[in-house]
Design a protein around this ligand. Structure first.
Ligand code: ADP
Ligand code: MG
Length: 624
């Protein structure tokens, strides 16, 4: 019989080395991992058999068997699931493919000790090496004749070859327990572990010891079909760990049964922490679809809307045909109904949670708010509810605010909900465009998630109040009740300079006519001399930036340059124009005003050389 020696992928060797030497105290989880794999293997075969019933014809009852040979300290875990052929064994047990283990390796980089990470990420099959000094796998893939054996002591290499000793169908994993891991050859101990971690597995798990009769270890009914009162928190959590490949405590769980037009049961979880790839374009939701307790797929995009892609768990429906193919799932009207029903339920659950425990909701929002906001423009049905849920930072609120609370704080005469957007809330808080709003005590929302730019274009208003960007169009500040009375006097004072300021503006407009759309006296500036805004109806400055970054846009809209008539620099320039008429100096000054506005906007200067020349000429003259 031909046998071959192959090397583990370098990452696997490194992982195995860590696993074998780790002092991780919770070694019992190896059994959970192996049982979970066995159960996945049965699920996959059950699904394949929907279209190829012959695959399971001679052995239709799925099962997982543990058997113990106490004196030899050998524990085997067998399943009659899908099994693995030679390629499967090399690929699945010789390389790191699954994302959880890959994430574990990423986190490990630069760290000496992976002990805590083992608990956090789990290491799947390889966790067997925490308790064994040798593992052999014998497997026969459903529908194939040849059986295969895989053996390794976990030190760099494994052997693979044909065998006559594989199960008729499925996989048998034989663990040679390490001398110091004798506890796992105690049947009582094993029963306890299975009860703790694997009771929810809907396939019967049995244990036999040497020649004693096998005993059943688990309840073997799908956990979501049981009534809530019969399920403990621990059991829910273990199930979550199993379906989500997660190791934290879920932040929230929802166990429900929808009845009526369509019937389905859901057991859904929201993780307590943000998965590392939440914004990865390939990121899928983690909800498995079952039809009448039979696993169909964990890859059905239509089941859950993308803005709820952080959900984990299962949906089990009575109403789809069992032999539904993955292709038939696309554009399926029943699935659309389920998706909308699930979305409604989850959003209303979140709303309840937000009302009951705002602080806990705030942590959830920090992790998942940016994703949830995608629903504002993707899901008409939930738009209003999501807008009510949404939290924003603002120039006034401590922490975050809801839109309703914002409206409660609006000033006399204020008609719109003002916002400013940019990459970083702390940064945009210092924007010159906010000065006039701050002076009048008008609150402005700080939009710092890229998604804000997109939903805002599809939502004209909230509870009758329109949204208005403070970097676009006129500021309308005149209509809003003045906070301090001295404002009016100030305005009168500056009146005598107005004609000069008008000439300055006319001049700057002419000098910059190729670069800006318009030049205007500003209502929104109090401290800074200049700022850039987008004209009413033009694309907002930050949105343009985002689209350019993503190469969705290659032209720039011309901006409006606003000039603060009260700023001392502007006043001085205006005086100069009144006295001397127009010269080169003023031409340079006009260019510098625009450059200054661009710098304040965080933009790069289109012509830094010209900027440097203008600046040095003017400084030189000033010094002379
Ligand atoms: P995961 O279960 O997250 O994919 P594991 O390390 O636990 O990662 O397992 C790696 C892969 O090995 C599985 O995805 C599966 O393809 C294969 N595998 C492991 N155990 C079995 C089994 N009992 N039957 C069939 N395939 C298995
Ligand atoms: Mg696994």
């Amino acid at each position: 019989m031909s046998e071959e020696k192959l090397s583990f992928q370098a990452e696997v060797s490194r992982l195995l080395d860590i696993v074998a030497h780790s002092l991780y105290s919770n070694k019992e989880i190896f059994l959970r991992e192996l049982i979970s794999n066995a159960s996945d293997a049965c699920d996959r075969l059950r699904y394949a058999a929907l279209t190829q019933p012959e695959l399971i014809a001679d052995d239709p009852d799925f099962k997982i068997e543990l058997s113990l040979s106490k004196d030899a300290k050998i524990l085997t875990i067998s399943d009659n699931g899908i099994g693995m052929n030679r390629e499967d064994l090399v690929e699945n047990l010789g390389t790191i493919a699954r994302s959880g283990t890959a994430a574990f390796m990423d986190q490990l980089d630069g760290k000496q000790d992976g002990t805590n990470l083992i608990g956090q990420f789990g290491v799947g099959f390889y966790s067997a090496y925490m308790v064994s000094d040798q593992v052999s796998v014998a497997s026969r893939k459903a529908g194939e004749d040849q059986g295969w054996a895989w053996i390794s002591d976990g030190r760099g290499e494994f052997t693979i070859g044909e065998t006559d000793d594989a199960p008729a169908r499925g996989t048998r994993i034989t663990l040679h327990l390490r001398d110091d891991q004798e506890e796992f050859s105690d049947p009582m101990r094993l029963r306890g572990i299975v009860k703790t971690y694997s009771d929810h597995i809907p396939i019967p798990i049995s244990l036999s010891e040497d020649d004693k009769e096998a005993e059943a270890l688990n309840t073997a009914s799908a956990i979501w079909t049981r009534s809530k009162s019969e399920i403990t928190d621990e059991q829910y959590t273990e199930f979550y760990h199993h379906v989500a490949h997660a190791f934290d405590e879920p932040w929230e769980r929802m166990h429900f049964k929808a009845e009526g037009m369509i019937e389905y049961t859901g057991l859904l979880f929201i993780p307590a922490s943000k998965p590392f790839d939440l914004f990865h374009p390939d990121r899928k939701h983690g909800v498995k679809l079952y039809v009448r307790r039979v696993f169909i797929t964990d890859d059905c995009a239509e089941l859950i809307p993308p803005y709820l892609r952080f959900l984990r768990g299962v949906i089990d429906t009575e109403d789809l045909p069992l032999n539904i193919s993955r292709e038939m799932l696309q554009h399926n009207p029943l699935l659309t109904k389920i998706r909308n029903g699930v979305a409604k339920r989850v959003v209303s659950e979140l709303t309840k949670k937000a009302n009951k425990d705002p602080e806990a909701f705030e942590t959830f929002w920090t992790d998942f708010g940016a994703v949830l906001k995608e629903g504002i423009y993707e899901d008409d049905g939930q738009r209003d509810a999501l807008l009510k849920l949404a939290r924003f930072r603002s120039t006034v609120a401590e922490g975050t605010t809801t839109l309703a609370d914002y409206i409660g704080r609006m000033k006399e005469g204020q008609e719109s909900i003002y916002y400013i957007s940019g990459e970083d809330a702390d940064n945009i808080k210092r924007s010159p465009q906010l000065e006039g709003f701050a002076a009048k005590g008008v609150e402005v929302l700080l939009f710092s998630d890229p998604v804000d730019e997109f939903w805002i274009t599809s939502v004209p208003n909230f509870e009758g109040k329109s949204f208005k960007s403070v970097t676009r169009g006129g500021a309308d500040l005149g209509k809003i009740g003045a906070e301090d009375k001295s404002e009016k006097d100030e305005k009168d004072e500056s009146d005598n300079g107005d004609t000069n300021v008008d000439s300055l503006i006319a001049f700057v407009k002419l000098a910059l006519k190729d670069e800006v759309k318009d030049v205007r006296a500003s209502e929104r500036l109090t401290e800074s001399a200049v700022c850039l805004v987008a004209d009413e109806g033009d694309i907002d400055i930050n949105l343009e930036r985002i689209l350019k970054q993503h190469k969705q846009l290659d032209t720039s809209a011309k901006r409006v340059l606003e000039i603060n008539p009260k700023h001392s620099l502007v006043v001085a320039l205006a005086k100069r124009i009144g006295k001397d008429g127009v010269g080169d100096e003023l031409e340079d000054a006009a260019g510098l005003l625009l450059d200054q506005a661009r710098i304040l906007e965080g933009e790069s200067l289109p012509d830094p050389v010209a900027f440097a020349r203008r600046l040095s000429t003017l400084v030189e003259k000033g010094l002379a």
